[in-house]
Unconditional design. Structure first.
Length: 112
C-alpha cells in the first residue's frame, strides 16, 4: 500500500510540476501579448485578445484536469485508508490510543 501511495504521490508531483510550467508559460505569453498590444491598432489588438483568450482557456482546461486528478487521488487514498481500517481495526485502535496518550502526556507537561 505504501508503494502504491509513493507512486501516486510521484504522479501527482509530476502533474503539479507540469501544471506550474504550463502556467508560467501562459503568464509569459500574456506578458508578450501585452507588450505587442501597447503599440498596435484595433485590429491587431483584437487578434492579440483572441490569442490571450485561447491561452487562458487552455490554462483553465489544464487546471480543471489537475483538479479532477487530485480529487480522484484523494478518493483513492480515502478508500485505501478505509479498507486498511476495516482490515486492521485493532492496529488502528492501538495507534489511536498511543497517539492520545502521547498527546495527553505532552499537554500535561506543557501546563506544569
Amino acid at each position: 500500500m505504501t508503494t502504491e501511495l509513493n507512486i501516486s504521490h510521484r504522479a501527482v508531483e509530476a502533474r503539479k510540476q507540469t501544471f506550474v510550467r504550463d502556467l508560467k508559460s501562459v503568464v509569459s505569453d500574456a506578458d508578450d501579448l501585452l507588450k505587442e498590444v501597447a503599440n498596435s491598432t484595433a485590429e491587431e489588438f483584437a487578434v492579440a485578445r483572441s490569442r490571450m483568450e485561447d491561452k487562458l482557456n487552455e490554462a483553465r482546461s489544464r487546471l480543471h484536469d489537475a483538479r479532477i486528478l487530485a480529487t480522484r487521488k484523494a478518493y483513492r487514498a480515502a478508500d485505501a485508508t478505509q479498507e486498511y481500517v476495516m482490515d486492521n481495526p485493532l492496529k488502528v485502535a492501538g495507534v489511536a490510543v498511543a497517539a492520545g496518550l502521547l498527546a495527553a502526556f505532552l499537554l500535561s507537561r506543557r501546563s506544569d
